[in-house]
Design a protein around this ligand. Structure first.
Ligand code: NAP
Ligand code: GLV
Length: 320
């Protein structure tokens, strides 16, 4: 008998076919609507494998309903949507998709650095709204990227790829990480600092840690107050790493100059969220890894992880 697999969103056909070769597949066949919780709670009961996205909360309550679940395969590198401890206790393997999305997410992080510093969205809106009457010396002026200081908090795969891009802009790169990375320091000319020094000296502060109990609200009022008035905060990691109320206040009163956000504490972010009212904030709907090639690679890797776990082999990327 084939193992039963539930897929929580419509994924590319070739991946579904691949899974169907060895599994009995059921799927939430929608692209823009997440699976309702009650459907997932029902489907999990007799599933052997779950292929899920970051939009699903794979919490204790859900995992306790699973009678025969062997593997949860997250189509993402971040896995803060999954209760890892409970999965471990229940002997359920959890897998993720690191690596294949590193460069694409680093590109998007750099896009936010450029969009915020040179006011790209604001300038485009200015033109489209008919405000462009003439060229003028200080019109829509921003800050240089070239020659500035970039501070990366969390120098993992994506953080390092952002640092590599920064070299092309002759940036001075500082980093703060849980552990020091001497090889990256040597290869990329990075300088390790404590977090407060990084916040004080950087023109761009880029957050690239996972979202954990240690990184929740890592950037709050105190940290923002250490930053320069001209500096820019970029968050492409997870929304909960930044205290959004403190960020709003800092942007409003000019404690910092701008922010570029791909992620929010609650996603999708509510349209009446105060951060959305500020002209100095560039907001994106969590599209860090959203290139066609990369999303295909993520889906393929998530499927491979799932299949290997169901065959009692070691998946390529195991969280627990
Ligand atoms: P990674 O390689 O695991 O890098 C994470 C880095 O953060 C590691 O170097 C780690 O230090 C460091 N770190 C962890 N906890 C820390 C703490 N408390 N203080 C300081 N540093 C800490 O992960 P990655 O592949 O680069 O991905 C990073 C995160 O980006 C993911 O977890 C995900 O949430 C987010 N992401 C977002 C998107 C998007 O679409 N916006 C796409 C991909 C990923 P050690 O070296 O000591 O472990
Ligand atoms: C996306 O946010 C991921 O963690 O892959």
């Amino acid at each position: 008998m084939k193992p039963k697999v539930y897929i929580t969103r419509r994924i590319p056909n070739e991946i579904i076919q691949k899974l169907k070769e060895m599994c009995e597949v059921r799927m939430w066949n929608e692209e823009e609507e997440p699976v309702p919780r009650e459907v997932l709670e029902k489907e999990i009961i007799d599933s052997d494998g779950l292929f899920c996205l970051i939009t699903e909360s794979i919490d204790k309550e859900l995992l306790e309903k699973a009678n025969q679940l062997k593997v949860v395969s997250n189509m993402a590198v971040g896995y803060n949507n999954i209760d890892i401890e409970v999965a471990k206790e229940k002997g359920i393997t959890v897998t993720n998709t690191p690596g294949v999305l590193t460069e694409t997410t680093a590109d998007l992080t750099f896009a936010l650095i450029m969009a915020t510093s040179r006011r790209l969205i604001e300038s485009s809106d200015y033109l489209k709204k008919g405000n462009w009457k003439t060229w003028s010396p200080m019109q829509l002026t921003g800050h240089d990227i070239y020659g500035s200081t970039l501070g990366i908090i969390g120098l993992g795969r994506i953080g390092e790829s952002v640092a590599r891009r920064a070299r092309g802009f002759d940036m001075n790169v500082l980093y703060y990480n849980r552990s020091r990375k001497p090889d990256a320091e040597k290869e990329l000319g990075l300088n390790y600092t404590d977090m407060d020094t990084l916040l004080e000296e950087s023109d761009f502060v880029c957050i690239m840690t996972p979202y954990t109990t240690e990184t929740k609200n890592l950037i709050s009022q105190r940290e923002l107050s250490l930053m320069k008035k001209t500096s820019i905060l970029i968050n492409t990691a997870r929304g909960g790493i930044v205290d959004e109320a403190a960020l709003y206040e800092a942007l409003k009163i000019g404690t910092i100059w701008a922010a570029g956000l791909d992620v929010f504490e609650q996603e999708p972010v509510s349209l009446d969220h105060p951060l959305l009212t500020l002209p100095n904030v560039v907001v994106l709907p969590h599209i860090g890894s959203a290139s066609i090639k990369t999303r295909m690679k993520m889906a393929e890797l998530a499927a491979d992880n799932l299949i290997l776990a169901l065959q009692s082999q070691t998946p390529k990327y195991v969280v627990v």
